[in-house]
Design a protein around this ligand. Structure first.
Ligand code: ARG
Length: 290
């Protein structure tokens, strides 16, 4: 459980939605110390763009100056293999993150464009300035904070363990020496590698493939975020999620460390959307109360 503490510290800026929404003026940006104040004050006049005048955000902090990769567009990178946060409905990417991003884009007077990519490509694409935000049920971690900033948190994630019904694995304490399936590059991947040894972890391109390999018996369990786990278990016979939670995490949007203007605008928009209940409404739409 040591990892839990590290992650909670990393995500300490906003432990819950309630905390996020309560104080509109509080500077809750955890990674604020990563920018030199002098640089933060420098106006980016050359490529700064005006948010559309008819933005819903008029009169809010969300209409502050910022730049985006493509003018007038909020380009979001995600990995749409992660229901209910992002998944395909036909050939459209839908889900919690897609809907939140849509509202954020509207607040900022931008059009949303979603790019699907490998999960491992999201942070590097943000860093390289190819996309504006990474929104992918992505956990705030110290390691990622070395490369990107994160907005305030908009949801809580929990790493859980999926096993076959009748498995001898009954809790997180039984994972020693077992073969664990994970999605490559996720926190589940790194926690399991650290705690149980890389040789006991098999990384797959996505969670669904990891779960297929559990069904076929190639791995003994799968460690993945709780809500996707619920979807995958619903879609496959003979699986169950263990009651014990492995790690609790904060989800947030990743943004380039060079785009403080966008970071501030998104945090302001996010605060409004949390305060007026819009975010909770989206979460409730996709996440069934237990
Ligand atoms: N929360 C985990 C992480 O940040 C998994 C996220 C996977 N997201 C996805 N869209 N596939 O590492």
């Amino acid at each position: 459980m040591k990892k839990l503490i590290a992650v909670l510290l990393a995500g300490a800026m906003c432990a819950s939605l309630a905390a996020c929404g309560s104080k509109a003026e509080e500077p809750a940006e955890a990674p604020a110390e990563t920018e030199a104040p002098a640089e933060a004050e420098t106006p980016v006049e050359d490529d700064a763009q005006e948010p559309a005048e008819d933005a819903e955000a008029s009169g809010s902090e969300a209409s502050g100056e910022f730049t985006t990769v493509t003018e007038g567009v909020l380009t979001m990178g995600t990995n749409a293999t992660f229901p209910p946060y992002e998944f395909y409905d036909g050939d459209v990417i839908v889900g919690i993150d897609a809907e939140i991003a849509q509202l954020l884009a509207e607040k900022l007077g931008l059009t949303l464009e979603i790019q699907d990519m490998d999960f491992t490509a999201i942070v590097t694409s943000v860093q390289a300035g190819k996309i504006d935000i990474g929104l992918a049920g992505m956990t705030v971690t110290e390691e990622r904070l070395e490369n990107v900033n994160f907005t305030d948190s908009y949801a809580t994630g929990v790493q859980v363990i999926i096993v076959k019904e009748g498995s001898e694995i009954a809790s997180v304490d039984d994972l020693e020496g077992k073969l664990i399936g994970v999605q490559e590059g996720t926190t589940g991947h790194s926690y399991c590698s650290d705690d149980y040894g890389e040789e006991n972890v098999v990384a797959y391109a996505n969670g669904a493939t990891a779960v297929q390999n559990l069904v076929s018996g190639s791995v003994d369990c799968v460690v993945i975020d709780q809500q996707p786990a619920i979807s995958f278990v619903e879609a496959n016979e003979g699986l169950k999620i263990l009651d014990t939670e492995y790690v609790i995490e904060d989800y947030a949007a990743a943004i380039s460390k060079d785009n403080e203007g966008l970071m501030n605008a998104l945090n302001a928009a996010l605060k409004e959307l949390i305060a007026d209940g819009s975010i909770q409404e989206i979460l409730d739409k996709y996440i069934k109360a237990e």
